[in-house]
Design a protein around this ligand. Structure first.
Ligand SMILES: [Zn+2]
Length: 272
């Protein structure tokens, strides 16, 4: 998914302290851009566009108000919600397929980002027709994207312990801090994943599947190499002591070193 950076300038904004739900809107105009909405909202004396995301009819997703700030889109309901607005007037028209697909993507993205499942129509919380009687609310709010495209992983780092879960090519571990990776867990439920590691002193681990801990905890041993295999193309790379990021490797190839006493410090994993 691609969120288009808009570089809008805002007046003073407040950080949002909690995020419990999404509220969906239409802009109630047949044709407009995120920049139009930003200008309109500024003309009301607001800091700028009140929605956090804007989905255009051609299926593009634009960044509105910064995602971690309090929006201005549903009176009395802004303090714990993310506002997503769709170009169009769904009292009068039907949503194009491209826009529907983009709507599902951004909704799924926000669900995942904040671990929330509560989604409301603007009309659920305020007296308004928004987002319009033809708005495909059920389809968008119940969106489930193809989880087979996702891979998640966490690493156990010297001193720090388990790090928060990363996904799809994000960096897990540290760089520039001289901390060893001690263990790794990888999850991709639909991909028939297998992985193994090479541990200081102990050597190669057995191959393991989804969710198993590869490595050691509390023994002060570094992971030196990992191998990952799966039924579809996967690519990964590791950050190694004294060497930095090593080249990307693919299914079943070794990432890292053995016999050199060099620790892994970080890893990135994604489907090719
Ligand atoms: Zn609305």
């Amino acid at each position: 998914m691609n969120i288009i950076e808009t570089n809008l300038t805002f007046g003073p904004l407040n950080k949002r302290e909690s995020t419990k739900r999404m509220i969906l809107h239409h802009v109630a105009a047949l044709k407009c851009t995120v920049y139009d909405v930003h200008r309109w909202h500024k003309s009301y004396g607001w800091a700028g566009i009140g929605y956090h995301f804007f989905v255009s009819k051609d299926g593009k997703i634009y960044q509105g108000r910064p995602i971690d700030t309090v929006g201005s889109h549903a009176a009395g309901h802004n303090s714990d919600s993310i506002g997503i607005c769709f170009e169009g007037n769904f009292e009068e028209e039907e949503m194009p397929e491209a826009q529907k697909a983009a709507g599902k993507e951004i909704v799924e993205y926000v669900k995942e980002l904040y671990g929330i499942t509560k989604i409301q129509k603007h009309s659920d919380v305020n007296s308004t027709a928004c987002p319009g009687k033809n708005f495909p609310f059920k389809e968008i709010s119940e969106a489930r994207l193809d989880t087979s495209k996702k891979i998640r992983y966490s690493s156990h780092v010297q001193t720090y312990g388990w790090q928060s879960e990363k996904k799809n090519g994000e960096t897990s571990g540290t760089t520039g801090q001289s901390k060893r990776l001690e263990a790794l867990v990888i999850n991709s439920p639909d991909a028939n994943l297998r992985y193994k590691g090479h541990i200081q002193t102990f050597g190669d681990t057995p191959w393991m599947t989804n969710g198993f801990v590869c490595g050691t905890i509390g023994l002060g041993k570094r992971l030196e190499a990992v191998w990952i295999e799966c039924d579809k193309p996967i690519t990964y790379r590791v950050h190694v002591e004294d060497k930095g990021w090593m080249p990307w490797v693919t299914n079943g190839q070794m990432a890292g070193t053995t016999g050199k006493g060099l620790r892994l410090e970080a890893i990135e994993i994604k489907f090719a």
